[in-house]
Ligand binder design. Structure first.
Ligand code: PAF
Length: 283
């Protein structure tokens, strides 16, 4: 696996591959890789000849400075895992090369209708930071396809919209959430949990499953279902931020006729802010 730090070296390799008619898939990450990320790499390998992974902890998407400083940085272990996974190229730019004039001077991307709901409402400026870095990385890598996890479903929709709205020549593909045996969605933030909390954290998934069961049984009182879910989470020691039932395609609050819907949860448990979502088809 090649490891490149500069845009120049990255471009050189990409154009070599292009010259040989090879296709490229891209998996952007912030590192601290786990099985969820490696499943994205695997998916990328099925979609193109060469796979590029980037690791860049993007300060522009952190609305909380202490969250940014605490974010786990494990480049050595990440590199080993990527070699093992037969990734072709790892791109690890530094902050200076991504934001040479500082973050305030950086042109930013705003994707409408996202900052008024779910994580957009609770993490001010977060999605502008995500859209901006993803656009920059997509422009640098020039991949045919880029793979993102469905665990960050709002992020996935935001990126799809940005790519459509800005006519980017890249296909965005979502990949299913990887879960621990107790249902907890894999996330770099899970390591902020104690063993006891990791055990309890499976309740997020159980709570979503129980909402799905009630929806499938014809319960259409969405706001009551969400309130009950919050009570249940509080009972287990979570501090729920939101529990929402929304339309799968545009994230508007679901109404009783909607068929393709999705449950979204964000809750704090100890030091960790956990998010998860689950699709539910009522057709
Ligand atoms: O999902 C992530 O890890 C990040 O938001 C991303 C897409 C790599 C942008 O920094």
């Amino acid at each position: 696996m090649q490891i490149v730090k500069t845009a120049r070296a990255l471009r050189k390799q990409i154009s070599q591959w292009r010259l040989h008619g090879l296709t490229i898939a891209f998996v952007p990450t912030m590192g601290n890789l786990h099985a969820g990320h490696l499943s994205l790499v695997k998916k990328a390998q099925q979609l193109a000849d060469k796979v590029v992974v980037s690791i860049f902890v993007n300060p522009l998407q952190f609305n909380d400075q202490s969250d940014l400083s605490a974010y786990p940085r494990t480049l050595k272990a990440d590199t080993e895992q990527l070699i093992e996974s037969q990734c072709d190229l790892l791109f690890t730019p530094n902050q200076q090369s991504i934001y040479p004039e500082g973050m305030d001077a950086q042109t930013k991307v705003f994707v409408p209708n996202m900052d008024d709901k779910l994580c957009g409402l609770h993490r001010q400026g977060h999605f502008d930071g995500v859209a901006t870095i993803v656009l920059k990385l997509l422009n640098l890598v020039q991949a045919d396809v880029a793979v993102f996890g469905e665990k960050d479903y709002q992020q996935l929709l935001l990126i799809k919209k940005m790519v459509t709205d800005l006519n980017l020549a890249v296909e965005i593909v979502g990949a299913p959430t990887c879960r621990e045996p107790n249902g907890l969605a894999m996330s770099s933030r899970n390591q902020y949990l104690t063993d006891q909390q990791s055990h309890v954290a499976g309740e997020l998934y159980t709570t979503m499953l129980s909402i799905v069961e009630q929806l499938v049984n014809g319960n259409k009182d969405f706001s009551l279902l969400c309130e009950q879910a919050k009570d249940r989470l509080m009972h287990f020691g979570f501090q729920p931020e939101y529990v929402d039932i929304r339309r799968d395609d545009d994230l508007e609050l679901a109404i009783s006729d909607d068929k393709e819907i999705r449950i979204f949860i964000a809750a704090r448990l100890g030091q960790a802010r956990l998010i998860d979502n689950l699709a539910c088809n009522l057709a």
